[in-house]
Design a protein around this ligand. Structure first.
Ligand code: HEC
Length: 115
């Protein structure tokens, strides 16, 4: 491959893919990009160092799935969670994500269940 072709192939690999059409963003990517994975883990188990320390729930269990309403999930993503002393356990996302993105994430966390 010539140097020019090599440079071009690199440029193409790094070229941004452009804005995704509304509602078509991959929720998995959103979950990673919004740093949810830092606490909740890629598999939703809450098994990261941070997740264990803050006691993030395990989204893969039937217990969590059945005991948690869609409204609770949406409210948590919007408003975050603080403990009684006011320490932030989970940040609020209402100023960081659009309502559509929060809706997509709320649906996404429901997909981790392993029955
Ligand atoms: C700094 C760590 C942290 C980050 C970042 C984080 N969470 Fe959480 N999340 C937690 C903790 C801790 C809890 C449990 C809070 C509690 O004790 O009720 C939680 C709870 C939840 C719940 C459960 C709500 C319920 O009622 O059971 C959902 C859903 C959730 N997080 C989704 C998300 C999503 C989506 C993101 C990214 C947009 C995210 N979290 C980012 C730490 C985090």
């Amino acid at each position: 491959m010539s140097l020019a072709a090599f440079a071009l192939s690199l440029a193409l690999q790094q070229a941004p893919t452009g804005p995704a059409p509304a509602g078509a963003q991959d929720p998995k990517e959103l979950f990673a990009r919004s740093k949810c994975v830092a606490c909740h883990g890629e598999g939703g188990r809450g098994d990261t160092d941070k997740g264990r320390k803050l006691k993030a729930p395990d989204f893969t269990t039937a217990k969590w799935f059945d005991e948690t309403t869609d409204k609770e999930i949406r409210d948590t993503i919007r408003n975050g969670v603080k403990n009684k002393k006011g320490k932030v356990l989970m940040p609020a996302y209402k100023t960081k994500l659009t309502p559509e993105q929060m809706e997509d994430l709320a649906a996404y966390v429901r997909t981790f269940l392993k029955r």
